[in-house]
Design a protein around this ligand. Structure first.
Ligand code: HPA
Length: 248
């Protein structure tokens, strides 16, 4: 039976009615919430809301190490992350989905590795491709089966937050080759790699990034855009879950 992990982001804090919840605590402390377990056809799904059940943990204060370690404890085969982002490139209009293949990490001060202390095992993990190619391709296939448009081959800038970016920061990210900007893909992706968990992301454009269009970013507009786009995310994921069950 396949075991899948799912990390929900802004706009996806709940999945459904779980069969049980796993309250896991480990050497890195507590994850953002209990991990909700679902039994789907031929597949166990474990869901964690990254920002907590009440959406009160900001991006820089998330215990990314405990979150990833809890999926490791549950022995998931792979891990899908949902990340709300701002669109930088013209193709990433608000409400669109992307399955990125690259990122640049602009965050600072986060506990970004399982080997922070001299006493820890040193892990220079390979990270040229930060997202697992096989999982990425599986999600792209599922999007096509579900009839959901997705952009592929996008690069995500991961900024520190919690404030949104300045227009100059976004110009810099664009010059660096970034198409999208979010706050939560790192250190999550790197920790998943250290933990040996294949990891891929579905990015949901919530707004144009700062300065891309003249208007200030409105949190109300973000919420509305995200709740509409999450319908497509659920369709894509359900198609992916069906594909996983068929393979088994
Ligand atoms: N910047 C960073 N993170 C985000 C944005 C943004 O514009 N929108 C949603 N998450």
């Amino acid at each position: 039976m396949v075991r899948l992990g799912l990390i929900g982001g802004t706009g996806l804090d709940h999945w459904g009615s779980p069969v049980r919840s796993h309250a896991l605590e480990g050497p890195y402390g507590c994850p953002s919430a209990g991990l909700a377990e679902f039994q789907l056809d031929g597949l166990s799904l474990f869901f964690l809301p990254r920002h907590g059940l009440h959406h009160d943990i900001p991006p820089h204060a998330i215990n990314y190490r405990a979150n990833i370690d809890s999926f490791r404890q549950l022995k998931v085969d792979s891990l899908i992350a949902i990340n709300a982002v701002g669109g930088i490139s013209p193709r990433h209009i608000p409400g669109s989905l992307a399955i990125p293949d690259q990122l640049i990490d602009y965050t600072w001060g986060r506990e970004h590795s399982f080997s922070l202390d001299a006493a820890d095992d040193l892990a220079h993990v390979e990270f040229a491709e930060p997202f697992d190619r096989h999982l990425h391709n599986g999600l792209v296939r599922a999007a096509s089966i579900a009839g959901v448009d997705v952009e592929v081959d996008a690069c995500v800038a991961v900024s520190q937050g919690p404030r949104l970016e300045t227009a100059a920061e976004i110009r810099r990210f664009r010059q660096d080759g970034c198409d999208l900007v979010g706050m939560t893909s790192m250190p999550e992706a790197a920790l998943a790699r250290e933990a040996g968990l294949p990891y891929a992301s579905i990015c949901v454009s919530a707004n144009w990034a700062a300065g891309v269009q003249g208007d200030p970013i409105s949190m109300d507009a973000i919420r509305t855009t995200l709740s509409e786009a999450m319908i497509k995310v659920r369709m894509l994921l359900n198609a992916y879950f069906r594909e996983c069950s068929n393979v088994e």
